[in-house]
Unconditional design. Structure first.
Length: 261
């Protein structure tokens, strides 16, 4: 089956689920619907969808989200997660419509604002995305503002706003107690862009020592910093690591072609 056909089938599951009763998902749901108008059932279905999605079971995740919206048609987190899933399967128009619905229903929800900001950043609207990340961190009940700040920093970096990127990334690192790997990777990228190759090297190497499965992006950044500093032995070691861990990655293909920038 082609990827396009699969995407259509998965979205069809989300719509088709509208014909199912909320009581069909597991024991206890009918009582939840009677007690709270279906909100409890919608929450459970959405949580199940999130677990299935993280496990790579996209179709089942969409089915659960459809059931969530049957149980409670105005449950904003279900629309937001459906947007994430459709973005993953490259149904960007559908994803955007779902995100906008979620925002309409819960304009102050930090998770929804963060998710929509992430989507905008991934689809070439980096500057627009910052509005939603910053809206997310305004909420005093948001438990992971460091994630939204890290996302804002990465997207500001993509947009070429190096000063804004540094501000957001440092805030993410501060709020996470210094442990935010995504923010630290982006900060290392920023330092590379600024020509601070020794600092890039230090940041990247610290992360390589901490992370069990470092990404191709991080290894490639460390390799390029060592190359800029003329450390050929370290560069060769990192090239071997990149080949061993991520032989199919874009970064390793760039290495083979000699595309270091």
């Amino acid at each position: 089956m082609s990827r396009a056909s699969l995407r259509g089938m998965l979205f069809g599951l989300l719509l088709a689920a509208g014909g199912l009763g909320a009581q069909e998902f597991q024991a206890g749901a009918p009582q939840a619907k009677k007690a709270d108008g279906g909100l409890g059932a919608a929450r459970i279905h959405t949580e199940l969808a999130s677990m299935y999605f993280q496990d790579g079971k996209v179709a089942i995740a969409l089915e659960e989200l459809g059931l969530a919206l049957v149980a409670f048609p105005k449950y904003a987190p279900a629309y937001s997660l459906a947007g994430v899933v459709h973005a993953f399967i490259r149904e960007n128009d559908k994803a955007e419509a779902l995100f906008k619905k979620a925002i309409d229903l819960a304009p102050n929800d930090p998770e929804i604002n963060n998710n929509y900001g992430w989507f905008l950043c991934q689809t070439g609207k980096e500057r627009q995305s910052l509005t939603y990340f910053l809206e997310a961190v305004k909420n005093p009940l948001y438990t992971t503002p460091d994630i939204a700040y890290a996302n804002a920093g990465g997207c500001a970096l993509k947009a070429g706003d190096l000063q804004g990127a540094e501000t957001y990334l440092n805030q993410a690192i501060r709020l996470s107690g210094g442990g935010s790997a995504p923010a630290r990777i982006q900060l290392a990228q920023l330092r590379y862009r600024q020509g601070a190759f020794e600092e890039t090297r230090k940041l990247a190497n610290a992360l390589l020592k901490e992370l069990i499965n470092p990404s191709a992006e991080l290894i490639w950044l460390a390799l390029r910093a060592e190359r800029k500093l003329g450390n050929r032995v370290a560069e060769s070691t990192l090239a071997a690591q990149l080949r061993g861990r991520h032989p199919e990655s874009r970064e390793y293909q760039d290495f083979l072609k000699g595309n270091f920038e």
